[in-house]
Design a binder for this molecule. Structure first.
Ligand SMILES: Cc1ncc(COP(=O)(O)O)c(C=O)c1O
Length: 368
């Protein structure tokens, strides 16, 4: 049996009859950049996240960048985040001329450990940027209370967490603002690049709307030097359709995760824990094993595709060598990166594929 890591083609074929007329409508109305479909998407996604505003953008990276700028991050500032994430999280900090300050993770969740934040705060700290990694909400109550105490702003990196719930509330409206990615592989993926910034703060939304379009507040009225970070009409149309399916797809991801947990309960590996009051949307289902590379190769021989999120923490990436963090600066993130393996999880996976993957893993790693 073959198990791909992701199957976007099959998903597309199932949606084709809905997608093609919507794309045709964009062509007919020539609303190629922003326009009606994007505006509708903004309203629908804001409602979905239970927030006042959604500003549709050209990528999740753009959403992080504008989110930080809107929260007042400036050159010379510091922003606290986790090194166990995709490079874009830190890149957005760098784009603002600010410095990423990493703190280690809680190995139980792979998310930033809020217990380590306070000792990283300096007079230059402006914001905290927690990531809801793999679709699992970060511990926001603790993070928000530290932010309040030290007068810091908080931006959620919700790139992987569309629809996830923290203590019953959807991510996207938990902090000052939130950045979503709609890269095609994401839980709510466009057919190209896309992203969104959500917020309950009118000023943040107003800034992001102008900043995404060259600082314009009206046609050819440029209040400040902005960016070209607008969402394309085709992406708005696709995302509106996919949003209608998102909860069903998330339910299937969660079902697969439960099944993996059941079948792997006695396997010699560990799986991040879910807080009983939270809802993880399983953008990735990861396991930690001591012999990750050999397990990955073994699964490949069984025609099971896997991936690694992420093989190297950001402080050890050449891109951030200038920050001069030596190895062992964040031992738990480093250990996670050495041991982590992402198993296939996507809504179209069959029950047979799920048990085939779990059984192949179990066979390779053995029982506890
Ligand atoms: C955690 C995280 N942050 C930010 C991004 C950046 O999003 P995008 O690729 O849409 O720019 C991604 C996805 O690639 C991500 O996984």
């Amino acid at each position: 049996m073959k198990v791909p890591f992701l199957d976007l083609r099959t998903e597309y074929l199932g949606l084709r009859d809905e997608i093609l007329p919507a794309l045709d409508h964009v062509g007919e109305t020539s609303a190629f950049v922003l326009g009606e479909e994007v505006e509708q998407f903004e309203q629908e996604f804001a409602r979905y996240c239970d927030v006042q505003h959604c500003v549709a953008l050209s990528s999740g990276t753009a959403a992080l960048h504008l989110g930080l700028l809107a929260l007042g991050v400036q050159p010379g500032d510091e922003v606290i985040t986790s090194p166990n994430t995709f490079l874009a999280t830190a890149e957005a900090i760098t784009y603002c001329g600010a410095r990423p300050i990493f703190v280690d993770i809680d190995p139980a969740t792979a998310n930033l450990d809020p217990g380590l934040i306070e000792r990283a705060i300096t007079p230059r700290t402006r914001a905290i940027l927690p990531i809801h990694l793999y679709g699992r909400p970060a511990d926001m109550d603790v993070i928000l209370s530290i932010a309040e105490k030290h007068k810091l702003r908080v931006l959620e990196d919700a790139a992987q967490a569309h629809g996830a719930r923290y203590r019953g509330r959807r991510v996207g409206g938990l902090a000052d603002a939130a950045a979503f990615s709609c890269y095609p592989t994401k839980n709510l993926g466009a057919y190209g690049e896309g992203g969104a910034l959500t917020t309950n703060d009118d000023q943040v939304a107003k800034y992001a709307r102008a900043a995404r379009s060259h600082g314009q507040t009206a046609r050819y009225e440029h209040e400040f030097v902005g960016y070209n970070y607008r969402m394309h009409g085709y992406q708005g149309a696709v995302l509106r359709i996919k949003l209608r399916h998102l909860d069903r797809w998330t339910g299937r991801r969660q079902e697969i995760a439960r099944e993996y947990r059941r079948l792997l309960a006695n396997a010699r590996l560990t799986i991040p824990v879910d807080h009983p009051q939270d809802e993880c949307v399983y953008h990735q289902f990861v396991i930690y094993v001591s012999n990750r590379n050999s397990l990955k190769s073994h699964l490949a021989t069984q025609e099971i595709e896997t991936s690694i999120h992420y093989p190297k923490p950001l402080h050890l990436q050449p891109a951030y060598s200038s920050l001069a963090y030596p190895p062992c600066s964040f031992p738990l993130a480093e250990r996670a990166c050495e041991r982590v393996l992402s198993l296939p999880v996507y809504p179209g996976m069959t029950a047979e594929q799920v048990s085939y993957v779990a059984n192949s893993v179990l066979q390779a790693v053995g029982t506890k």
